[in-house]
Design a protein around this ligand. Structure first.
Ligand code: COA
Length: 263
């Protein structure tokens, strides 16, 4: 089944159990104005409980940019209150992606700068095209990253490298990003989406309950109010009351593929 939708800023379609989200502000290098982020959040939240969707691929329109940052023309004249609200709203959008119970893959097809890199980092997996370029150039604009770049970058590449990258505003190419662990894979641009689909095809037939649980447990490590180990112990225990776990173990013993229902 294919379901298409379009806002001014993004297009979405559901096909073969995958939600494809494309940022469609190509002439602005897919710069993220506030409404674009809200549209992405809405599209992601809409599939949280949709059992037909098994994963999400997020990308930018065109060959040049995933997203070249927050829309500078929109926030240049913000006051303190507006700036604080912008950051809080951005955090909420990116948290909604990070907490999505289905795998979200960023298909980085060019520049991922500032908010663009922060958006990619909120996704569970990043695949880069060979021409991808990553950077947090905020200090060039006299500001710090506002969409959790200072937090997630350190998680992904380590504190020392993150601090250097954030303070120098250096631009990283795809090879450097791969070497540092910022991206999971690099592929030629024309294979970018198919690589993401290959990854999702491996995840699609697993227990949806188990996949959602893996995401919750890994996220818990980074949430100050939670003890990740306790979250894992509870999550693990709860599976013993699930149909998916019974089906998975039964299928193993009967030497057949499991047919998970997400229950
Ligand atoms: N916000 C708003 N508009 C942006 C943008 C952003 N973050 N990034 C690019 N654009 C717009 C440009 O203003 C330009 O619009 P115009 O044609 O109406 O003038 C259009 O996108 C194309 O960008 P341009 O700068 O002409 O492309 P380029 O190939 O010469 O340069 C970049 C590409 C990415 C190096 C450059 O656009 C850039 O530095 N962008 C800002 C990156 C940034 O600082 N991001 C962090 C923001 S917090």
């Amino acid at each position: 089944m294919t379901t298409n939708a379009m806002s001014q800023n993004i297009s979405t379609r559901i096909e073969q159990s995958i939600l494809y989200i494309t940022i469609t502000r190509e002439n602005k290098l897919n710069a993220l104005n506030i409404q674009t982020l809200k549209d992405i959040k809405e599209a992601v939240l809409a599939i949280y409980d949709n059992h037909e969707v098994k994963g999400v691929i997020l990308t930018g329109a065109g060959q040049k940019a995933f997203a070249a940052g927050a829309d500078i023309s929109e926030f240049a004249n913000f006051n303190v209150e507006e700036g604080t609200r912008m950051s809080a709203e951005g955090h909420a959008v990116l948290n909604a992606i990070e907490k999505c119970p289905k795998p979200v893959i960023a298909a980085v097809n060019g520049f991922a700068l500032g908010g663009g890199n922060e958006l990619a980092m909120a996704c569970h997996i990043r695949v880069a095209a060979e021409n991808a370029k990553f950077g947090q150039p905020e200090v060039n604009l006299g500001i710090t990253p506002g969409y959790a770049g200072t937090q997630r970058l350190a998680q992904l590449i380590g504190k020392g490298r993150a601090l250097e990258f954030l303070m120098t505003a250096d631009i990283m190419n795809a090879q450097d990003a791969y070497r540092m662990g910022l991206v999971n894979h690099i592929v030629p641009q024309d294979q970018l989406i198919s690589k993401c689909e290959d990854i999702l095809s491996k995840i699609k037939n697993k227990s949806p309950l188990a996949i959602a649980s893996v995401i919750r447990c890994v996220n818990a490590h980074y949430e100050k109010k939670l003890d990740g180990n306790n979250v894992e112990i509870n999550e693990f225990g709860n599976f013993f009351g699930s149909e998916d776990f019974k089906e998975g173990t039964q299928a193993f013993m009967e030497k057949r593929a499991a047919d998970f229902k997400g229950k």
